[in-house]
Design a protein around this ligand. Structure first.
Ligand code: PEP
Ligand code: MN
Length: 338
């Protein structure tokens, strides 16, 4: 969009239009009451835009077309709100806490974890059935059996379920058991998986790749949106930095930046960023203060016996304390915890 100065002459406008067309781009001219605005479409480069901005009579060039038009707030100014079974909402005024173990290890473990989080008012149970483990020798999850356990335990307690899907061929199966499909950090740029998730009638929680920029992440979300699934939430879970004292570095700034760029709900996972349970509450609370629409928290009834991510899992008591503090922080920023 090229905004002309209030007193730009007709000749200046025509010169800008001619230049736009000479660059192989199309121009739409809107003569407003105060000033003329030109809409430019095509494959423009940054250099093209810089050149247009230098022409006489041009006040400024505003880039409104992104590589992620459907995700962008320009296209959809209001927050997108995702409704979940049981009345939970993601992207509304309440901050939605999703909690549970890293992995479903069995019925009694999941049952205990689910009861612990439900007793704190949590409405969405997390738990991995298909686990993307760094080592092929590590526990890979219970697969289809894990999904069944998840569904059954969640149904008993009236909870919704979020769980990871690793492969395009599993999307349908996971969608049959889960209410929200999670795409993990390691798969953020698995375009076949993104496309498969665009075809399913379930909200998608898209985690940030550990080395991905916000633009790459938003373009990954765009794959799902462009395929017709408009129910996408983004989940910041920390990025690689030079700092070895934490597992990943939580990019807290991504929250306000994303809230400006996109109308998709923004969730923060403090557990995978921290890597240690001691740090989880502090950065989870920081995320609420920063404007996150949701938290994804690992809670295990007995972290020292967890088959994955025990070190970063909160036990039920620590989770209860975090929830109590989160309610206060949410209230301080004009929100509630749900
Ligand atoms: C998880 O949520 O258990 C997980 C594997 O997270 P990430 O993809 O962020 O590493
Ligand atoms: Mn985990």
């Amino acid at each position: 969009m090229i905004v002309m100065e209030a007193h730009a002459t007709k000749a200046q406008v025509q010169a800008v239009v001619a230049r736009i067309r000479a660059l192989g781009l199309s121009a739409q001219v809107n003569h407003g009451t105060e000033r003329t605005v030109l809409g430019v479409a095509g494959h423009e480069t940054e250099d093209d835009l810089d050149a247009l901005g230098l022409l006489e009579g041009v006040e400024r060039v505003v880039r409104i077309l992104h590589d992620y038009p459907l995700a962008s707030r320009d296209f959809h100014p209001e927050n997108r709100v995702i409704d979940l079974p049981g009345g939970a909402q993601l992207g509304g005024n309440a901050v939605l806490v999703m909690a549970g173990p890293c992995a479903v290890e069995g019925r009694s473990q999941l049952q205990e974890a689910a009861e612990a989080v439900a007793s704190q008012g949590v409405k969405v149970l997390r738990g991995g059935a298909f686990k993307p483990r760094t080592s092929p020798y590590a526990f890979q999850g219970l697969g289809g059996d894990g999904l069944k356990i998840l569904r059954s335990v969640a149904d008993d307690l009236g909870l919704a379920v979020v769980t990871e899907v690793l492969a395009p061929e599993d999307v349908e199966l996971v969608a049959r058991h889960a209410d929200v499909l999670q795409i993990g950090a390691r798969n953020m740029q698995n375009y076949r998986l993104l496309q498969a998730c665009s075809q399913v009638d379930r909200p998608i929680l898209l985690k940030r790749g550990m080395s991905s920029t916000l633009e790459e992440w938003l373009q990954a979300a765009e794959y799902i949106l462009a395929g017709g699934n408009l129910q996408v939430a983004l989940c910041e879970r920390g990025i690689r930095s030079f700092e070895p004292m934490v597992r990943f570095s939580l990019d807290i700034t991504s929250v306000p930046v994303l809230k400006r760029l996109t109308s998709l709900p923004v969730v923060v996972d403090p557990s995978h960023a921290a890597g240690r349970y001691e740090y989880v509450p502090a950065i989870g609370l920081a995320a609420v203060a920063a404007g996150a629409d949701g938290l994804l928290v690992e809670v295990h009834p007995n972290p020292s016996e967890a088959l994955s991510d025990g070190a970063q899992s909160l036990n039920p008591q620590a989770f209860a304390r975090m929830m109590e503090a989160a309610r206060k922080v949410a209230e301080a920023v004009g929100r509630q915890i749900s």
